[in-house]
Design a protein around this ligand. Sequence first.
Ligand code: ZN
Length: 134
Amino acid sequence: MSGMTEIVYPLARSIGRGLSHRCPACGEGQMFGRYLKVQPHCARCDHELALYPADDGPAYLTILLIGHLIIAPLLIFPIIWESDPRISLPIILSALTVITLLLLPRIKGGWVGLMYSLQVSTRDEKLHAANVAD
Ligand SMILES: [Zn+2]
């Protein structure tokens, strides 16, 4: 076995660090400067966090998760669709908004951890569909 087989960027550890808003490289530095704003560099290890694409993926994933894990199970309960939508909708929508806002930074952190683990970077030209189309 050579050094080539070594796992340099363990998937679960990288995602786990991201989910807890930590730098996926060292697990120490804070990933976010403020809400959803990924630091350009880790304050601890200087790893370039801005390197990883995190534009649409996290938001899409969050909507997907909320749709499957929250909205779909909610529809099982008759009270949800039997109640007056003028009352139930604002309650459900504001609850979903709160859940989304709480979930989004976690998922974005986990996403950056995933990108780190897979070594996908914004410098990878193949990622940009616009360039491929040219
Ligand atoms: Zn770091």
